[in-house]
Ligand binder design. Structure first.
Ligand code: BES
Ligand code: MN
Ligand code: ZN
Length: 493
């Protein structure tokens, strides 16, 4: 989708539809006020006679309008003007796109971010508009035999009230577009069924993506390579599966080779049955989303390829299935991780940490300046903070606060949770260095504590995305989060 930045006077802007904000309270502001004066006060009359208007997300299409260059007007409720912020802007844009899709318009111009909005600048106004619009248009219909051939909007003008603001708005648009493509890649990979989206599929898709961008390469390790590297923890998870495991290494090189890279590491369990510690049937289909961490990393690498920032970033994706079977790992089996620490496998359903710990050990080869892993790691994280925030765990307060800020700015928020050593007590094993699972209480922190034993002194953060990576029920599907958070963090380094 294209987002041309429009700098002309609102009344003379040619467009199929001008998207105008309307706030609770009977006054018109900014572009709405300007346009109202040119088209016979039709908007003023409307809000004077209507009993309900301005509620956030409410829309009203005025199909014919005279006196201005726009053919139609879409009035969009933006809530109380004093409350209008980045989040409300994003919701108003989504509502506009939904309304325009219903009437099948191909083009429109948004005035929702024309006036100033508290706390955000021209860059974020444009970026969040582009992201919200593309997100609202996302559909996953590649496997439906009959897809509705709905006309989609392909151009959304973004109007700004001064020529001097156009440059920052254009930068926002280009970042928003790249972040959206990354999210779409993540959502597509995650939504695909596990009989299509296998570890091999993740590997070939990563290779295809790398081919389309400069400075991005992909290398894939096979099981025998992992054996040679001593990745005993990762290999123990894939034992019950017929599908071969893959270890995907994506490298984005935007700075000189002597600059230490950032390593991103994504959990790529393409289906989690629980293994011998089999999960109950309810909602087990959703365990196809257990590779959303991997999809986030792959999507983020693609966004980087598109934007070419001056940093070095490595994306690591350990990918396999977690299946039961006669060759599957048993509870009480003991494995040796690549770090040489031994792990007693108490519960084969605590498999994410087993593939991640070897990936984190592998990451230290790059002597990274920092590492971030992304994983649908624990049901306990969902119980703790639900479906709003990513759970953030870190051994470094500066890194944690940078990520929290990036989450706020990108409307993809994270919440910091504890990781103190005490959480590791229940991982004690009588037979190995430690166990892969412990107490139920505080399970998200216990999992993070487990991972912390594989990162040494490198600044590291763990993002538990079990609650936010996908939606259940009628809107079942991947969200593309936390690509925006990661991209915002990386672009601000
Ligand atoms: N992939 C799951 C975590 C999960 C569960 C994410 C439900 C989203 C929704 C993970 O591999 C898992 O099974 N974790 C166990 C850990 C436990 C056995 C220590 C869990 O959370 O129950
Ligand atoms: Mn599991
Ligand atoms: Zn899992």
């Amino acid at each position: 989708m294209e987002f041309p930045v429009r700098t002309g006077a609102p009344k003379s802007q040619k467009t199929a539809c001008a998207i105008l904000p309307i706030f609770e309270g009977r006054t018109l502001k900014g572009a709405s006020h300007k346009i109202d004066s040119s088209c016979g006060k039709i908007l003023s009359k409307l809000i004077r006679t209507s009993s309900s208007y301005g509620k956030l997300g409410q829309t009203l299409l005025i199909p014919q309008i005279k006196g201005i260059a726009a053919e139609k007007i879409l009035l969009v409720g933006c809530g109380k003007e004093t409350d209008f912020n980045a989040k409300a802007l994003s919701q108003a844009v989504s509502a506009s796109i939904a309304a325009l899709s219903k009437v099948g318009l191909r083009e429109a111009t948004s005035y929702l971010a024309y006036s100033s909005i508290q706390d955000i600048d021209e860059y974020y106004k444009a970026r969040l508009t582009a992201e919200a619009a593309q997100s609202a248009l996302y559909r996953f219909d590649e496997i439906k035999s009959h897809t509705s051939r709905q006309t989609k909007i392909t151009r959304l003008g973004i109007a700004v009230d001064a020529l001097t603001k156009a440059k920052e708005a254009r930068r926002g648009v280009s970042h928003g577009q790249a972040i959206s493509s990354g999210m779409n890649i993540a959502r597509d990979l995650s939504n695909r069924p596990p009989n299509i989206c296998t570890p091999s599929h993740l590997a070939t898709e990563s290779q295809e993506i790398a081919k389309t961008f400069d400075n991005l390469t992909t290398k894939v390790l096979a099981e025998k390579d992992m054996e040679r590297l001593g990745m005993g923890a990762l290999l123990s998870v894939t034992r019950g599966a017929k599908e071969p495991a893959k270890f995907i290494i994506m490298e984005y090189k935007g700075a000189s080779s002597n600059e230490a890279p950032i390593v991103l590491c994504g959990k790529g369990i393409t289906f989690d049955t629980g293994g011998i510690s089999l999960k109950p049937p309810s909602k087990m289909d959703e365990m196809k989303f257990d590779m959303c961490g991997a999809a986030t990393v792959i999507g983020t690498m693609a966004s980087l390829g598109q934007l070419q920032p001056s940093i070095n970033v490595i994306g690591l994706v350990p990918a396999c299935e977690n299946m039961p079977g006669s060759e599957a790992t048993r509870p009480s089996d003991i494995v040796t991780s690549m770090s040489e620490q031994t792990i007693e496998i108490i519960n084969t359903d605590a498999e994410g940490r087993l593939i991640l710990c070897d990936a984190l050990t592998y990451a230290s080869r790059y002597e990274p300046r920092l590492m971030i892993d992304v994983a649908t790691l624990t049901g306990a994280c969902v119980i703790a903070i639900g479906h709003v925030y990513t759970g953030l765990f870190s051994n470094n307060d500066d890194l944690a606060s940078d990520l929290l800020e990036a989450g706020k700015r990108s409307l993809d928020p994270a919440w910091k949770l504890p990781i103190d050593e005490e959480y590791g007590v229940s991982l004690k094993s009588n037979f190995a260095d430690f166990a892969n699972s412990g107490a139920r209480e505080g399970g998200a922190s216990i999992a993070a504590q487990f991972l912390s034993r594989f990162v040494g002194k490198t600044p590291w953060a763990h993002l538990d995305i079990a609650g936010i990576a996908w939606k259940s029920n009628e809107n079942k599907g991947a969200t593309g989060r936390p690509v925006p958070l990661l991209m915002d963090f990386l672009l601000n380094l």
